[in-house]
Unconditional design. Structure first.
Length: 479
């Protein structure tokens, strides 16, 4: 959704942020998708509140919009102070049942949870998740939303700081170039500008009107492992393929950049560059991911005198996002894919069958006697049994197969390209034998396992349902 700038009266905390840019921010969109996955609901958004309206700037699972602030659930719930809220069914709560977002005038929100976004002591919005049906949120949903809200606030602050520092760097570079025209003041101005750029907590690189490098500040040199004595050697270099290779400039996925793809070169071709990502592949060191904004430097008559790019190290942020994605798609105890990731992979297997005619086998495995283990021997022993079950399943499958945990004692094995039920049954036999002969000294385990082969026209739910029914048939036959 694009929010027209004319409709927004930004608060002081958001004065340096562009809501249109926020709406296009891939990082914010990733956090919002993770929030929906973590909460187990289909819809999520970042809401920004100004004096009159609420703006849903990064909607996921629905079409966002702007609406009067007095109708906003987020504004109403935070009117008495910022606090994380979790409600399984707003329609059952008289205080909220008549809100336009609940009673159908704007939407029919039922399940709802939100965490406030507090910037510089001011509540500027919320990270919100919801469903149009009641939903029993997990006990730790509020805490996990708080963690993700902290990431959103950090993204707000980082974008604001990066733009402020980029503008400062551009202004400093322009001031330096103008000062060079005055011979008596040139030396003092040059020393001041360099000292300022050297002290900035961002990497800064600048070049003259002909594209020759004029500056790589202290932090930028440190990222490349260049001693201070090499600072002057950088000056005068052009962004050739040899220079790009020497500096190890690449994309975040490791592909070497072409000279014209480097953010500094893009400033000359495109004008202002915002939030461009690149990485430094330095031998013997982890890949360092950078995000930079750049601008042309113009003199008083508007003539181009150079370009400057300010860069921030976002490696830790990328690692955090990867951990959040991992947590959203994997079971915390066993590390196996969870139901959401399994459904995605089943969908992929069904697409392969539609193209190539190769069916997939799906095994629905229920650990027999798990409740008795938990009740008589304790949850620690129950967890140990689940871990052994996970290890046994991983031990017998092929490299391309998926083992997932989708419930307390329920596991699923997906085997793409398994053409016959006999092949699937042989896998069941291997699972049974592995569980019956533990190698860690623990007691034997047994699983009731149902098998279903995919058919044309199946979707993930229908295939899982047939395998589940087959599992219960096996369980009933053993009673």
């Amino acid at each position: 959704m694009t929010v027209p700038p004319a409709t927004v009266e930004p608060t002081a905390a958001l004065a340096d942020l562009d809501l249109e840019d926020l709406a296009r921010d891939a990082e914010l969109a990733a956090v919002v998708r993770v929030a929906a996955a973590v909460a187990g609901v289909p819809c999520a958004t970042v809401n920004v509140l100004d004096a009159c309206e609420q703006h849903q700037v990064v909607p996921h699972g629905f079409l966002g919009c702007s609406s009067p602030r007095e109708e906003s659930l987020c504004a109403v719930m935070n009117a008495g102070g910022p606090r994380t809220r979790v409600h399984d069914d707003l329609a059952a709560e008289p205080r909220y049942a008549g809100n336009p977002w609940v009673d159908g005038r704007r939407a029919t929100v039922r399940a709802y949870a939100s965490a406030p976004l507090v910037v510089d002591g001011e509540t500027v919005g919320t990270l919100c998740v919801f469903d149009t049906a009641p939903h029993a949120f997990a006990p730790d949903t509020g805490k996990r939303l708080d963690d993700l809200a902290a990431v959103v606030v950090a993204l707000f602050q980082r974008r604001r700081q990066a733009r402020q520092l980029a503008d400062l760097a551009a202004a400093s570079a322009a001031a330096r170039d103008q000062a060079q025209a005055a011979a008596g003041h040139a030396a003092r101005s040059e020393a001041f500008t360099r000292a300022l750029l050297e002290s900035l907590p961002v990497g800064v690189v600048a070049a003259d009107a002909d594209g020759r490098l004029t500056l790589l500040n202290r932090l930028g040199r440190e990222w490349h492992g260049l001693p201070e004595r090499y600072a002057e050697r950088v000056e005068g270099a052009r962004l050739t393929e040899d220079v790009v290779d020497a500096f190890g400039l690449c994309t975040p996925d490791g592909r070497r950049l072409r000279p014209e793809e480097v953010p500094l070169a893009r400033v000359y071709a495109e004008g202002r560059v915002r939030d461009a990502e690149m990485a430094i592949d330095r031998p013997g060191h982890p890949l360092r991911v950078l995000r930079g904004s750049g601008t042309p430097v113009l003199d008083a008559e508007g003539r181009l005198t150079g370009a400057v790019v300010a860069m921030m190290d976002v490696t830790a942020q990328r690692e955090l996002e990867a951990r959040l994605r991992e947590a959203a798609l994997h079971d915390a105890l066993t590390g196996l894919p969870n139901r959401a990731l399994l459904l995605d992979r089943v969908g992929q297997a069904l697409q392969v069958q539609a193209r190539e005619g190769l069916p997939a086998a799906l095994l629905y495995c229920d650990l027999d006697g798990f409740k008795t283990i938990n009740d008589t021997l304790g949850h620690a022993t129950g967890d140990a049994a689940l871990l052994r079950m996970a290890a046994a399943l991983r031990a017998v499958v092929r490299p391309g197969d998926t083992v997932a945990r989708i419930g307390g004692d329920e596991f699923v094995v997906l085997c793409p390209g398994t053409a016959t039920e006999d092949a699937a049954r042989r896998l069941v036999d291997r699972i049974t034998a592995t569980l019956a002969t533990p190698t860690d000294g623990g007691p034997p385990l047994r699983s009731s396992t149902g098998v279903a082969l995919s058919r044309r026209g199946d979707d993930a739910d229908s295939l899982l349902s047939r395998a589940d029914a087959a599992m219960y048939a096996v369980k009933r036959s053993r009673r």
